[in-house]
Design a binder for this molecule. Sequence first.
Ligand code: F6P
Length: 523
Amino acid sequence: MSKVKLPYAIDQKLQEDAVRLKKEDFRNLFHNSDRAEEFSIKWQDFFLDFSKNHIDKTSWHNLQELLTESNFHTIKKSLFDGDEINWTEKRAVLHHALRSFNERTVLVNDKDVSSQIKSVRELFTDFGDQFFQGTRKGHCNETITDVVNIGIGGSDLGPKMVVEALSHYKGATNIHFVSNVDATHLVETLKKLNPHTTFFLVASKTFTTQETMTNAHSARQWLVDSLGENSVGSHFAAMSTNLEAVKQFGINPENVFPFWDFVGGRYSLWSSIGLSICCSIGKRQFLDFLAGAEAMDHHFEIAPTDQNLPVIMALLGIWYNNYFGASSYAILPYDQYLNYFTAHFQQVDMESNGKSTNRDNKKIEYETGPVLWGEPGTNGQHAFYQLIHQGSKLIPCDFIGFCQTLNPLSDHHSKLMANLFAQSEALAFGLTATEVQEELQNSDISISDQETLLYHKVFDGNRPSNTLLINRLTPSSLGSLIALYEWKIFVQGVIWQINSFDQWGVELGKKLAKSILTEIESG
Ligand code: F6P
């Protein structure tokens, strides 16, 4: 348990709840109870079962109190009103406005930017659709077959995750991602490509990021070496807020797609930074993707807190982080298409909530953002699940699965889902010494070996998890799923009283790398 209390009156009761519930066995909690109904919620084609958690009516009620005491409702309203809730950078937080199709005004410094958002959206989705359709031609009039997105962090992870997740819906063009400043990443990617049929997207909010600029210049040279200086205009596009730097790089102004400071890098896949997604799945499906996210925004904005998916998941995260001493949690998607889902949310969560200075600019000592990790099931089962089941650490897990598969091949999907349910059941209910004993007695293992094995085969159980089931992986349901996790992170940041939208902790390393580079280059 975190030794340092959260600064709320309800904290004392929550500490007591935690002491009481740690002693409760999940088997008892479930015995003759309707908790599976009580602690589950359906929203559109999402179903969240959060019954396998250390909660009861009282603690659940007390956890909701954190929202009132932290002024969650007021801060949420400020966010939707476009106030500068990112106070250290003096910026509004309006990435959600990029996925909105309603007529609501979006005020930034008293100016309505909603029509600007919509016209840029039209421009970059029309542009991207040409690649999806396979109609875009390069300098020598050959059809573009490959798009390389050059970016890093939020200008790479989010788009890469979505392109991979929606590869079932892809069109005519292949999308590649280059992020690492290690030349190997670019060289190995370009080895497979033909300059005549390759198009580059330079994705960078600031257009100053060392890795991205280095890769972009080398990619430009690769193109120019084959097709000459004049080819750059028809093989490069840029997405950025820094239009002056884009101009200096020499990108054809027709291929430049802006976005704005009120969109944080790790939340920018909804902006023109998502152009690679649009090149892959086309305009219509990209708009479905945005609409799915908008539906979740609406749910988050209006649903009562005990019926609100992001709020529920946020409170459970706080519960384990601050009252059960869990310092990490795992996202375990049972779908190969979500291969990069956890990696993307590692950035969104850890860069957002890895902070220890509060709203009053004071150092805080209670626990804030946890370490996030995970891999798609079932691969993780054969790698690190041992520790989750029998290790000494408490690791709350989110299992994510889809009821229908996009690849109905023999019984693969039934087996995949059977594994998902088996894992959450094993974590929750474990295997008692009596059950192990019975199992061993019915085997041909010698008595002395049975005695040894007994203690190793026991599963304590009482290990918490959420199970999130979604009907089918579509652009729309993926949009909703991403927005769900984004809002969860926001709610937690409010309760921890931190700024979830700046990232000062990445600056020192960047600065030092620059001066060390000068030292290396001067021998
Ligand atoms: O180093 C962290 C970071 O600033 C992220 O927040 C951001 O997503 C990434 O770098 C890339 O920044 P840019 O889009 O400006 O190149």
